[in-house]
Design a protein around this ligand. Structure first.
Ligand SMILES: Nc1ncnc2c1ncn2[C@@H]1O[C@H](COP(=O)(O)OP(=O)(O)O)[C@@H](O)[C@H]1O
Ligand SMILES: [Mg+2]
Length: 292
């Protein structure tokens, strides 16, 4: 015999959560969602296993998930250890040949395989990929907004997403890191936000979610009360010149995705427990939502 510790009120509240979630579960079943997990969120090693648990739940109710990840702080740390001082232009990392080797080692060698392992522990059948696999991403060199030479920084020219579709159709969860071949035997460093947007467009995703280390997009970073819960692509585009650091390429990528057919983009704090579930399964949602 075992005695229940749940009061009737608690049990009713739990049931209410499930009832609220049901229409969202129905609406999302079979839909493709691209989740970009930022390096900033991954700095806290407790974040990935928690996000993995949420992703496993979303997958088990029928969502087709593609994970794209960055690794900004981890790459910067490894660059410093290799004697290279990180430099950025408009939120994009200046990447010379030596830096590219560090980027590749950290993103593909460490973060991707760590994340794949964590997702598999959570019950997903995760598969690690770079843009090179099955020629998934074709890239060209990207220059800075004012014509600056950024070195081995790429922008996605073409996405051949058949590999992703095949993996999803067979119940696998692709986990893509943001490097891709330059067509000349080398690699280019892609901004992971832009890579996630390209993949979301190519797959006709229903949602693109950026999990980062801030609650969402602030009108005025540093002023807690200025968190924007919802805005239009045009409003976001107008804000781009005011954005600093990694939020700038994120906003640019979000606008591109929205203009190319992704109906919703979200920016959430990956460190908030169950941020993904709250966004997907509740009426209120959290973070910032941009709707086309
Ligand atoms: N208006 C803004 N609202 C939110 N974050 C902003 C804003 N402007 C700049 N940022 C910066 O953007 C960062 C997120 O981008 P980034 O560091 O590249 O994270 P990620 O690794 O998730 O891509 C935030 O930590 C914040 O410092
Ligand atoms: Mg970033």
């Amino acid at each position: 015999m075992s005695l229940t510790s749940l009061s009737t009120r608690e049990a009713t509240a739990k049931a209410a959560v499930l009832v609220e979630a049901l229409p969202y579960i129905r609406a999302h079943a079979g839909k493709t969602v691209v989740v970009k997990l930022g390096g900033a969120a991954l700095v806290d090693e407790l974040v990935a296993p928690k996000v993995a648990g949420d992703l496993a739940l979303l997958s088990s109710v029928g969502m087709r998930l593609v994970v794209v990840h960055g690794g900004g702080p981890q790459v910067s740390e490894a660059m410093r250890a290799a004697g290279i001082e990180p430099a950025f232009v408009g939120g994009l990392r200046v990447t010379d040949d030596a830096a590219m080797e560090v980027v590749r080692r950290v993103l593909a060698g460490s973060i991707n395989s760590d994340l794949v392992g964590t997702l598999c522990v959570a019950g997903l059948r995760a598969v690690g990929l770079t843009g090179a696999d099955a020629a998934l991403l074709t890239c060209g060199r990207r220059i800075g907004a004012n014509g600056e030479d950024l070195g081995r920084v790429g922008s996605v020219l073409e996405t051949r997403s058949q590999l992703l579709t095949d993996l999803l159709d067979h119940g696998y969860t692709p986990v893509l890191t943001s490097i891709a071949p330059d067509g000349e035997g080398g690699f280019l460093n892609l901004n992971a936000d832009a890579a996630a947007a390209a993949v979301a467009c190519s797959l006709g995703a229903a949602k693109l979610v950026y999990l980062t280390n801030v609650a969402g997009l602030y009108q005025d970073l540093g002023n807690e009360g200025s968190l924007i819960s919802q805005l239009t692509p045009s409003e976001l585009e107008t804000m781009i010149p005011t954005l600093s650091a990694g939020m700038r390429p994120k906003a640019e990528a979000a606008v591109t995705a929205l203009r190319r057919g992704v109906p919703k983009v979200h920016v959430l704090d990956g460190g908030v427990e169950h941020a993904l579930l709250l966004e997907v399964f509740t009426d209120e949602g959290i973070g910032t939502q941009v709707m086309a």
